[in-house]
Design a protein around this ligand. Structure first.
Ligand SMILES: Nc1ncnc2c1ncn2[C@@H]1O[C@H](COP(=O)(O)OP(=O)(O)OP(=O)(O)O)[C@@H](O)[C@H]1O
Length: 645
């Protein structure tokens, strides 16, 4: 192993016969690596030592400030160039590295391949960008545009692409000769071609569009490519990009063997996510050589790791098991705990299906009444559901009689929506708008679940369940970032309550939200508090009954709203049937009362009527498509990768 220049190292033998290396920098941070018989290295201790400290526990205690987020060392002590450290401080306001940065930066500087698993909002982006910039700004001869691309960051969504690009712009302010750029779905190909022709030193890309340019843009120069980073690696694969990633790696080669004027062009690949799991195995195997692992729970590494001949893995583009490959690493996620922000308060609310809409509106109203200036994100399972709730929340007013003040919008703050069926410009406007607002509500699908760093989000509501526990982790990870406080609330119907057990398997436990107490807090015209029976059910609560009636009236008279509600109902049912694996036993469509589902979209119609109109609608859509010869179908929920990238 090539160790960073500034480190001294001490090699020992662990009880399991695996090598351990401790790296200590002059600034007294200490990081240990355990070497397995496969040759793979794994970080096992990260702490700080001072002259007066004599125990490891003390060292670790000193190391962890702000509930285990920040390291006690400085950026420069990790080996980063002073001008870059100044940039991090002056331009970004970062005083020192986070723990994951303190662990990852020296490894990346050393040239090793890396697999990082760290909680959401712990600073993984800077962890990989800073050491790359450190190297690039030192290149002699200086990096120039004609040298093409040196680093490629692959991300699963357009919004994340823009976010990483914007961070790069800030970081590179002092290093104007290193040019950042991005290519992603929805943008003009010809403009991207022109930018690639001029030369982009650090390129952020979504996989589909990148592959497009690799195939069609002859002037895209990547012979000097040294780094490939897979940010949210597991999501890139979940979205079905496996084949494209294989093709991309074929185009780029897994190593850099070209002779160039830059002598330091050894390929280095990095994989990062808060939820690495077995899906990443094949990608790790084909892209990482002898990687260092950071934050990988021992439970997640299969015992077969040192017996390659016994291993079996899934190839990137298919679900078939490939017995011939022999990975260095074998990750498995069965029953392994996820890294979650410890300060995050997680609750669930048990709501009968027919009262879901009323409860959502009431909770949102209650939260904004308690604290007017805050940002809340609500996750839905489908694009149609986002559109319906967005229109409803933008237009619906408390009817007179329900509250003392007549005719007020139920939710008074600015409301945004974000999903993959929106126009590209609309997505951009939402992304920027929600970031800058002080008080706002964002209604979205999982397109906003990964990596997005909206400042000051205080509350995450999962109105529709996320399905995979990993998605739960990323959704709630939009709050409680970098040690900040945050709350997350999961809606569950009584028939879905076993989902809590599924989350528990991954170390996630939730407390129950006091729903009746919250509902009792709403004033009711003509009804005294003491007249509400103490243990009244949610469905029969007078507030729920009156608000449900008001919503149904509003929706029935507004033709546009009614159509949106019907579309949302139909897509919601289809999304519900799309749960996979073990989750099918929890989210069973045949257990649903369709009449109650209709009520949750403010519809009075019986489900059969809605169902008929749904079938007629889909027939009409299909016929229209046939006539137009239009192959671009609108998806009810986001499983189609083109909607992300
Ligand atoms: N050293 C630092 N000091 C202060 N703030 C930092 C530091 N590093 C990163 N941040 C800030 O922390 C926030 C989270 O960082 P980032 O988005 O990179 O987290 P992440 O681990 O990639 O999260 P996710 O898993 O959700 O993608 C950002 O607002 C970023 O600006």
């Amino acid at each position: 192993m090539t160790l960073p220049r500034y480190c001294c190292c001490k090699s020992t033998q662990s009880s399991r016969g695996l090598g351990v290396i401790s790296l200590s920098s002059p600034s007294s941070s200490i990081i240990s690596y355990e070497f397995m018989s496969s040759g793979m290295a794994r970080r096992i201790i990260c702490g700080a030592i001072s002259g007066t400290m004599n125990s490891k526990a003390e060292a670790l205690g000193m190391m962890e400030k702000k509930e285990g987020i920040f390291a006690s060392c400085s950026f420069s002590s990790l080996g980063l160039e002073q001008s870059l450290c100044d940039q991090l401080k002056d331009r970004m306001g970062f005083e020192g590295p986070t723990l994951v940065q303190a662990e990852a930066i020296p490894v990346i500087l050393s040239g090793r391949h890396l697999l990082v698993n760290a909680a959401t909002g712990t600073g993984k982006t800077i962890a990989y960008l800073a050491p790359i910039i450190h190297h690039l700004q030192k290149y002699d001869p200086r990096v120039d545009r004609s040298s093409g691309t040196f680093a490629l960051v692959l991300v699963p969504t357009r919004e994340l692409c823009m976010q990483v690009y914007e961070i790069l712009q800030k970081l590179l302010h002092r290093f104007h000769w290193i040019v950042p750029g991005y290519v992603m779905g929805g943008e003009s190909r010809s403009k991207e071609k022109a930018r690639l022709r001029k030369g982009i030193s650090i390129l952020v890309a979504t996989p589909g569009r990148l592959l497009d340019h690799l195939k069609k843009t002859a002037s895209f120069m990547h012979t000097n490519l040294r780094w490939i980073i897979f940010d949210e690696a597991d999501r890139i694969l979940e979205l079905g990009y496996g084949k494209q990633i294989e093709e991309i790696l074929d185009f780029l080669g897994s190593t850099n063997n070209t002779v160039s004027k830059y002598s330091h062009s050894q390929r280095q690949n990095l994989l990062l996510s808060a939820t690495l799991n077995e899906k990443v195995n094949h990608l790790a195997q084909i892209s990482l050589e002898n990687p260092v692992l950071i934050g990988i729970d021992e439970k997640k590494i299969s015992s077969r790791v040192s017996k390659p001949s016994e291993t079996s893995i899934t190839s990137l583009g298919s679900d078939e098991v490939d017995e011939s490959e022999s990975p260095d690493i074998l990750l498995c996620n069965a029953d392994a705990d996820y890294n979650m922000p410890t300060q995050l308060v997680q609750t669930y609310v048990k709501v009968p299906c027919g009262s879901r809409l009323v409860v959502l509106l009431s909770i949102l109203n209650n939260l904004f009444a308690k604290k007017a200036s805050q940002k809340i994100v609500v996750f839905f399972s489908t694009c149609d559901a986002v559109d319906f709730h967005y229109s409803l929340l933008s237009e619906f007013q408390w009817p007179s009689g329900l509250e003392k003040v007549d005719k007020q919008r139920a939710i008074k703050c600015k409301t945004f929506r974000l999903h993959g069926n929106m126009e590209h410009d609309g997505r951009k406007t939402t992304f920027q708008g929600f970031r800058t607002e002080k008080s706002a509500l964002l209604l979205c699908t999982d397109v906003a679940a990964r990596g997005l760093d909206f400042p000051n989000v205080t509350y995450i509501i999962q109105y529709d369940s996320p399905g995979e526990a990993s998605e739960y982790v990323h959704r709630v990870g939009r709050t409680a970032r970098l040690g900040e406080k945050g709350d997350a609330l999961l809606f569950l119907q009584p028939i879905e309550i076993d989902y809590l057990q599924d989350l528990k398997k991954h170390g996630v436990s939730l407390k129950e939200y006091p729903l009746l107490k919250m509902l009792d807090s709403f004033p009711l015209y003509g009804i005294q508090k003491h007249q509400i029976k103490k243990f009244v059910s949610i469905e029969m609560h007078p507030w729920v009954l009156s608000l449900q009636k008001a919503l149904e009236t509003f929706i029935s008279v507004e033709q546009k709203m009614k159509q949106l509600a019907k579309d949302a109902f139909c897509s919601w049912i289809r999304a519900y049937t799309a749960h996979r694996g073990e989750l099918k036993a929890i989210f069973m469509v045949k257990k649903l009362h369709l009449g109650h589902v209709a009520r949750s979209f403010g519809l009075r119609e019986q489900p059969s009527l809605v169902g008929r109109s749904f079938q007629m609608e889909s027939k009409k859509r299909k016929n229209n498509q046939k006539q137009k010869g239009n192959s671009k179908r609108r998806k009810p929920y986001e499983t189609n990768m083109s909607e992300y990238c």
